[in-house]
Design a protein around this ligand. Structure first.
Ligand code: AP5
Ligand code: MG
Length: 216
């Protein structure tokens, strides 16, 4: 099965994707992570991406669609992808449809994590990520310690776009450009609304229960 985890910045898309890959044989495709890897190449494209992300703007559809195409076209990933943070525009929705059709696949379900704006802001401000194991932590809700994180502390970082000012812009970008595409998946009967304000374990219990009953 292929699925989409949808929601505003800080909704818990990455956290739930990590939960899912721990119990299902699926692969996470976070376009945010792919773009951050691109920045590390220090190419002209990488620098352009960096400046867009730093300002909470979307990267162009062409760039993002090309990254996703590489992954969908790889036979190792056939029918086992979790799209996290993609698609984010209606043009990306149509490209994803086209790509999945070309490679004989489809989306089985779209989870929409609904989270209030003030919750998002606190989550993003408290986030720490591990650059080594890609673990996602939070100084308020899930602090890294010797039980949940095995890497050295030096690998823990704040994301450069995780501050109070940029989060407002990221949230606004989400409302204007990304949220409208929910109705596309709703009309297709693929949308499942989840209350993302709940605790991580409660959200995951719901997602897991649903995925266990999908047979494709
Ligand atoms: P991206 O990296 O995708 O960022 P985002 O969409 O803003 O989402 P986040 O990663 O911030 O949040 P998340 O929902 O994954 O939450 P997480 O699980 O980490 O994109 C970054 C940028 O790249 C974009 O702004 C754009 O510029 C560009 N980009 C990416 N994709 C693009 C695309 N398709 N097209 C164009 N541009 C694109 O959780 C957040 C925090 O909350 C963590 O600390 C976590 O521990 C905590 N937490 C999670 N769940 C809970 C819970 N239930 N209770 C308490 N705390 C929780
Ligand atoms: Mg994320």
């Amino acid at each position: 099965m292929n699925l989409i985890i949808f929601g505003p910045p800080g909704a818990g898309k990455g956290t739930q994707s990590n939960n899912i890959i721990n119990s299902f044989d699926l692969k996470q495709v976070s376009t945010g992570d792919l773009l951050r890897s691109e920045i590390k190449t220090r190419t002209d494209l990488g620098k352009k991406i960096e400046s867009l992300i730093k300002n909470g703007e979307l990267v162009s559809d062409n760039v993002v669609n090309a990254l996703v195409r590489k992954i969908i076209s790889d036979s190792k990933n056939f029918n086992r992808l979790i799209f996290d943070g993609y698609p984010r525009t209606i043009s990306q929705v149509y490209t994803l449809e086209k790509l999945l059709k070309e490679f004989n696949q489809k989306i089985s379900i779209v989870f929409n994590l609904n989270v209030d704006k003030d919750v998002v802001s606190k989550r993003v401000n408290g986030r720490l990520i591990c650059t080594r194991c890609f673990g996602i932590f939070n100084v308020y809700f899930n602090p890294p310690d010797s039980k949940n994180h095995k890497c050295e502390k030096k690998y823990l970082e704040k994301r450069s776009d995780d501050n109070s000012k940029i989060i407002l812009n990221r949230y606004e970008t989400y409302i204007v450009k990304t949220k409208p595409i929910i109705s596309y998946y709703n009309k297709k009967g693929l949308l499942l609304e989840i209350d993302g304000n709940q605790k991580n374990v409660e959200i995951y219990a719901k997602i897991k229960g649903i995925l266990e009953n999908i047979r494709d």
